[in-house]
Design a protein around this ligand. Structure first.
Ligand SMILES: *Cc1c(COP(=O)(O)O)cnc(C)c1O
Length: 380
């Protein structure tokens, strides 16, 4: 046993693994000099669409901007209720409020941590009964890299006439019923934040849709609402483009992405085996393959979690809590929340802990992390 640090993410090891191809991609952009919407952006869009089988891909400046552009394209605004899980990153709810809409927080499934379809129906019914807001959109999140229950979510959304947006920021590369995420909802947003499974060297994101009209609207909205020419302004948009340099980096990373997904899945299986019976290991969504952005275990309570985290820290092993508070408990969202009880999200926030999972983690690292967790739980 060594005490060499085990990081949450090792972008330097990945950079070594990528080799000269990465630098060649960057050099090509420096040589042609088209830093905004250069040829690499279109090449990346085509490769991403092909990777997940989507009809259209529009690269944008971040995952958050992807979510916002998708809602702007539908005209979501004041008076609209946007349903989303209470247990997610702030960006999912932030975009609704930025556009003047009201986020309606929905509780999660205790086993998969994904938005609970039965709770979604309850929350929609309550909003309809309240007669103040119009149920308008559902943002489903594929939390930690596992797909949300899209078949059930889509059935509810169709009946209730909700626009569906897949916040797939953590789950590009995941699949459901042998189909890669990207077509599970009417629009799908992904993120290239460096720590996501397909991460760049800065901010970036993309939108997928099967609708040519929506794709055209997304392209307009990411460039200040421009029309056929650059100085024809058709609508209010934003500066939401992906940099050419980021596209170049992502193209190099796409070459190894399938291998990285397989490496992450193998690590998750190893953790499962080593930790079974000691902690609650992540439940697998049926008929799915996770992108394993996060490997999250559940401890008995907050005290046990604190003990495990302390042991990991002493052993030089990184860990993280996603998320220490559900969104409806955050100061910024308190005023927007209707006060509904969301007990599962609250309990999970107390007990959850994420362990390192990245493609450059080797088997001895995984064994060492698991051993420290088991020892901490046993109190040895
Ligand atoms: C990372 C993340 C986002 C935001 O992506 P950025 O590219 O950082 O803007 C949105 N939703 C979820 C669930 C995320 O994890």
């Amino acid at each position: 046993m060594t005490d060499a640090p085990i990081a949450f993410l090792d972008l330097k090891a990945q950079q070594r693994r990528l080799g000269p191809g990465l630098r060649a991609r960057i050099e090509a952009v420096l040589a042609h000099g088209q830093f905004i919407l250069g040829p690499e952006v279109a090449e990346l869009e085509a490769r991403l669409a092909a990777f997940c089988g989507a009809g259209h891909c529009v690269a944008v400046s971040s995952g958050t901007d992807a979510l916002q552009i998708a809602l702007m394209a539908e005209g979501v605004g004041p008076g609209d209720a946007v349903f989303l899980p209470a247990f997610t990153y702030t960006a999912t709810a932030e975009v609704a409020l930025i556009l003047g809409a009201t986020p309606i927080f929905v509780d999660i499934d205790a086993a998969t941590f994904q938005i609970d379809p039965a709770q979604l129906q309850t929350r929609i019914d309550a909003v309809r009964a309240g007669k103040k807001l119009r149920p308008r959109a559902l943002i489903g999140v594929d939390l930690f890299g596992q797909p949300a229950d899209w078949p059930r979510l889509n059935a509810i959304a169709a009946r209730e006439e909700l626009f569906t947006l897949d916040d797939c920021a953590q789950a590009f590369g995941a699949s459901l019923a042998d189909q890669r995420l990207g077509r599970a909802a009417t629009a799908t947003a992904i993120s290239f934040f460096p720590s996501k499974p397909l991460g760049g060297y800065g901010d970036g994101g993309a939108l997928f849709t099967e609708s040519a009209e929506r794709a055209a609207l997304y392209r307009s909205l990411r460039s200040h609402g421009e029309g056929a020419s650059r100085y024809e302004v058709l609508r209010i948009g934003m500066n939401g483009r992906l940099d050419t340099l980021q596209a170049a980096v992502l193209l190099a990373k796409l070459d190894v992405f399938e291998d990285e997904l397989a490496a992450r899945a193998a690590i998750a299986d190893r953790y499962d085996q080593a930790l079974a019976g000691h902690v609650v290991t992540p439940a697998r969504v049926p008929a799915s393959a996770s992108a394993w952005a996060v490997y999250a275990i559940l401890l008995r309570d907050g005290a046990e979690r604190a003990r495990v985290q302390a042991h990991l820290r002493e052993s030089n092993i990184a860990s993280a809590i996603y998320y220490p508070r559900p969104l409806h408990r955050q100061p910024a969202y308190r005023a927007a929340h209707d006060g509904a009880a969301l007990p599962v999200a609250e309990e999970i926030a107390e007990r959850i802990l994420a362990l390192p999972i990245h493609p450059d983690l080797d088997t001895t690292d995984v064994a060492r992390v698991a051993e420290v967790v088991v020892a901490a739980v046993r109190g040895t």
